[in-house]
Design a protein around this ligand. Structure first.
Ligand code: 6R9
Length: 655
C-alpha cells in the first residue's frame, strides 16, 4: 500500500440510539471529554471498578517503550475479582453461567458454585505441583470447566495458554513447547455437529513430544474411551471434584503474567501474545460495562465465541465475570440439531445482549430470514459484532431480523494484541452507521496514517495505528521481545501498527478495510477486499463473499471473488452464468469500474479460521494456481478439495 487506500464505498444510513437505552446507559457522552482531559486519571478511575489488595503507586510507566507497565505497585487477584467479591456482596445465588451442551443437556452455575469449583480446581492444580509463574495449557471444548480452568490458573498465579480445540497435535505441540507448559487441562472430547469429537488422542500425541508436561488433567465430557498413562494422566472428577472448596486467593502484582494466547497471523511461527493482570482486567471489565451496557441484575448476556479465541477470554470469562454478569455459554455448532438452535437458545434464556461474529450473521442470511422468524427474540436489546469488518448489508440484516429493527449494533474492533475493545460505538451515545466501528472508545487514541505516518484527513484511507499505550495492551511476545518490537512498533516511529487498513469518512468515523496484507493493487489503485466484498453482499442474491487479488499480466493484480449465494437463489447452468454477469456489473456500478471482479465463482462454503475470518491466503492459491478457463461455477467439492489440500488433516493451525 504505497499511497492511501482508495475510498470507494459510500454508505449514508445512520441509526441513533433508542431513547430509553440512551437515558439509562452505563456510559454517556461525557466519558469522551473526561478521558480526553486526563487519560491516565480516566483509566485510574476505571481501575477503581476492581478490588485491589494493594493500591498502585503509578498509573503508567512508559519510560521504556514499547514495554508498558500499568498500575505499578498494585496487587490484585483476578479470580477474586471475578468471583469472591460478588459472593461477598451477597450475589452468590446469581447465575454466572447458563450452560447448554450440544446434545441438549444443561447446567446453571451460580457465582457461589463457580467460586467453589474454581477453588477446588486451584487446590487440585496446586497438588499437581503448579505454582505461581508456571504455564498451564488448556485444550477444552466449550464446557464450564474451560472457564473454571482459566480462573483456577489466574487464582494461583499460573499463566494459562488456551489452545483452540480445533487445532492439530502439531499446533498444540508448538504452543506447549514455546511456553514450556507444565500441565495440560483437556477432556476426553466435546460434542460438535451431533457427535463426540475426541480431544485426548491429540493431547497424547502432543505430550509425547513435550517433556515439560508433568500431568494431563482430563475432564470426562463425552464418555468416549481414552488411552491412559497412569503416571501423567489425572481425571478431573477424581482430582478436582474431591478437592477442598476452600481456597484463599493470593494477590499478584499488576504486571504478573495472566495468559498467553497464540496468534499466527500470516507468517509461520505463531506469536505468544502476553497479557498481564491489572491493566488487562481493568480494560476488559470497563469495555464490557461500557460497550454492552451490562446491567448485571437484569441482563442475560451471550457471547457466542469460542474460549480459544481472545473474544472468549475477554468477553466470556474476564470482562463479564468481573462485572457480575449472568451469561449463556453454548457448546456446539449453530446448526445442531437444526438451523434455529441459536434463536431457540435466545428465546429459552431470554438473552438480552448478543455478541457474535459477521461470519455467523452471514451464515444466518444464507439460511434464510424465515428461520429466526420462528422464535421469540423480543428479549434482545443490544447486538454486537466482532472479528471482521461487518458489511453494511449483513449489519442491516442483523438489525432487522435479529434486532427487530430496534436494537443498537456495536461493531467492535480490537485484536488479540489489544486485549480488549478499542474502537466501537457506545450504544447509548453513538448514532451508528452500518459497517463502521465508528470511534475509539474513551481513553483510546486510534488514528489512520499514510505511509509517512501522517494522519490522513477525513475522507482518506491508510493504516490504522494506536498513538498511546492502553491498559490491556500486549506486554510482549512470549520469549521474543525483539519480535514484539519488529512486528508492532517498527513500521511507524512511536506508533503501534495493528496491520489493518482503515479509512476515515467525512465525519471522521472509522471504517475497517481488512488486513493490509490483503489489499489488492489493481492498475495502480489500492483496493480493499472488504469494500468489494461489501458491494457483492449488497446484492440480494449474495449471502457471503471473499475477494482476493490474483496476479494478472495486464493489471498487476486482478480481483477474484468467491461468492456464496443465498439459500433460495437458483445457480444451475445459465442462471449461474447470468448471476455472475449481473454481480460483476453490480460491483462496477456500486464502487466504480476499477473494482469490477475479473472472475466470480459461486461456491457453497469458504475456508474460515476459528474466529470466522476468511483464509484468503488459501483462496489466493486457488485463484492463482488453477487455470479456471471457462469454469465460472465451481462445484462444492472442487473448492473444498482444493482448499483442504492446503490444510493438514482438515484441521487448521490458523487463528
Ligand atoms: C477480536 C479479534 C484481530 C483482527 C483485526 C482485524 C479483524 C476484528 C473487527 C475486525 C473489522 C471489526 N477485526 N474485529 N475488523 N471490524 N469489528 O478478532 O482478535 O482474532 O486477534 O483478530 O480481526 O483485522 O486486526 P483477533
Amino acid at each position: 500500500m504505497s499511497e492511501t487506500l482508495a475510498n470507494l464505498l459510500q454508505e449514508t444510513r445512520q441509526f441513533p440510539p433508542p431513547a430509553d437505552l440512551a437515558s439509562a446507559a452505563n456510559v454517556k457522552a461525557d466519558a469522551y471529554d473526561e478521558a480526553a482531559e486526563d487519560r491516565l486519571a480516566f483509566w485510574e478511575r476505571q481501575a477503581g471498578r476492581l478490588d485491589w489488595a494493594q493500591q498502585w503507586d503509578q498509573v503508567l510507566d512508559w519510560t521504556n517503550p514499547p514495554f508498558a507497565k500499568w498500575f505499578v505497585g498494585g496487587k490484585l487477584n483476578v479470580a477474586y475479582n471475578c468471583l469472591d467479591r460478588h459472593v461477598a456482596a451477597g450475589n452468590g445465588d446469581r447465575v454466572a453461567i447458563h450452560w447448554e451442551g450440544e446434545p441438549g443437556d444443561n447446567r446453571s452455575i451460580t457465582y457461589a458454585e463457580l467460586l467453589a469449583l474454581t477453588s477446588q480446581a486451584a487446590n487440585a492444580l496446586t497438588d499437581l505441583g503448579v505454582t505461581a509463574g508456571d504455564r498451564v495449557a488448556i485444550y477444552l471444548p466449550m464446557i464450564p470447566e474451560a472457564a473454571v480452568a482459566m480462573l483456577a490458573c489466574a487464582r494461583i498465579g499460573a499463566t494459562h495458554s488456551v489452545v483452540f480445540g480445533g487445532f492439530s497435535a502439531d499446533a498444540l505441540t508448538n504452543r506447549i513447547q514455546d511456553a514450556s507448559a507444565k500441565v495440560v487441562i483437556t477432556a476426553d472430547g466435546g460434542f460438535r455437529r451431533g457427535k463426540p469429537s475426541a480431544l485426548k488422542p491429540t493431547v497424547d500425541e502432543a505430550v509425547a513430544k513435550c517433556p515439560t508436561i508433568e500431568h494431563v488433567l482430563v475432564v470426562r465430557r463425552t464418555g468416549q474411551e481414552v488411552a491412559w498413562d497412569s503416571e501423567k494422566d489425572v481425571w478431573w472428577h477424581e482430582a478436582v471434584e474431591t478437592a477442598s472448596a476452600e481456597h484463599t486467593a493470593e494477590a499478584f502484582d499488576a504486571e504478573h503474567p495472566l495468559f498467553i494466547l497464540y496468534t499466527s497471523g500470516t507468517t509461520a511461527k505463531p506469536k505468544g501474545i502476553l497479557h498481564t493482570t491489572g491493566g488487562y482486567l481493568t480494560q476488559a471489565a470497563y469495555t464490557h460495562h461500557a460497550v454492552f451496557d451490562l446491567k448485571p441484575e437484569t441482563d442475560v448476556y451471550w457471547c457466542s465465541a469460542d474460549i480459544g479465541w481472545v473474544t472468549g477470554h475477554s468477553y466470556i470469562v474476564y470482562g463479564p465475570l468481573a462485572n457480575g454478569a449472568t451469561q449463556l455459554m453454548y457448546e456446539g455448532t449453530p446448526d445442531t440439531p437444526h438451523k434455529g438452535r441459536f434463536w431457540e437458545l435466545v428465546q429459552k434464556h431470554k438473552v438480552t445482549i448478543l455478541y457474535t461474529a459477521p461470519t455467523l450473521i452471514r451464515t444466518m442470511m444464507k439460511w434464510g430470514d424465515d428461520i429466526p422468524k420462528q422464535y421469540d427474540l423480543s428479549s434482545l436489546r443490544l447486538l454486537g459484532s466482532v472479528g471482521e469488518p461487518i458489511n453494511p448489508e449483513a449489519w442491516i440484516w442483523y438489525r432487522e431480523n435479529i434486532g427487530r429493527g430496534g436494537c443498537p449494533i456495536v461493531d467492535t474492533w480490537w485484536q488479540t494484541e489489544t486485549g480488549a475493545i478499542m474502537i466501537s460505538p457506545l450504544p447509548g451515545v453513538t448514532a451508528t452507521k452500518p459497517g463502521s466501528a465508528m470511534r475509539p472508545l474513551p481513553g483510546i487514541s486510534a488514528d489512520v496514517v499514510d505511509d509517512q505516518a501522517q494522519s490522513v484527513p477525513d475522507g482518506g484511507g491508510g493504516f490504522l495505528v494506536l498513538r498511546e499505550p492502553w491498559p490491556s495492551m500486549l506486554r510482549t511476545i512470549w520469549g521474543d521481545d525483539q519480535r514484539f518490537i519488529d512486528t508492532y512498533w517498527s513500521r511507524f516511529d512511536g506508533l503501534y501498527f495493528a496491520g489493518d487498513g482503515a479509512k476515515k469518512d467525512d465525519d471522521g468515523d472509522l471504517w475497517l478495510l481488512g488486513r493490509v496484507d490483503d489489499v489488492m493493487l489493481v492498475s495502480g489503485h489500492n483496493i480493499s477486499t472488504t469494500e468489494v466484498e461489501s458491494a457483492l453482499v449488497s446484492h440480494p442474491s449474495v449471502a457471503e463473499a471473499a475477494v482476493v487479488g490474483a496476479t494478472d499480466p495486464t493489471t498487476g493484480q486482478a480481483i477474484v471473488a468467491f461468492t456464496i449465494p443465498r439459500g433460495s437463489v437458483d445457480t444451475e447452468g445459465d442462471a449461474g452464468e447470468a448471476l455472475i454477469a449481473e454481480l460483476r456489473e453490480h460491483v462496477s456500478k456500486t464502487l466504480g469500474p476499477i473494482a469490477k471482479p475479473r472472475q466470480i465463482m459461486l461456491v457453497p462454503e469458504l475456508p474460515k479460521t476459528r474466529s470466522g475470518k476468511i483464509m484468503r491466503r488459501l483462496l489466493r492459491d486457488v485463484a492463482e494456481n488453477r487455470s479456471l478457463g471457462d469454469v465460472t461455477t465451481l462445484q462444492d467439492s472442487a473448492v473444498m478439495d482444493l482448499i483442504s489440500s492446503g490444510m493438514s488433516s482438515g484441521k487448521s493451525d490458523e487463528d
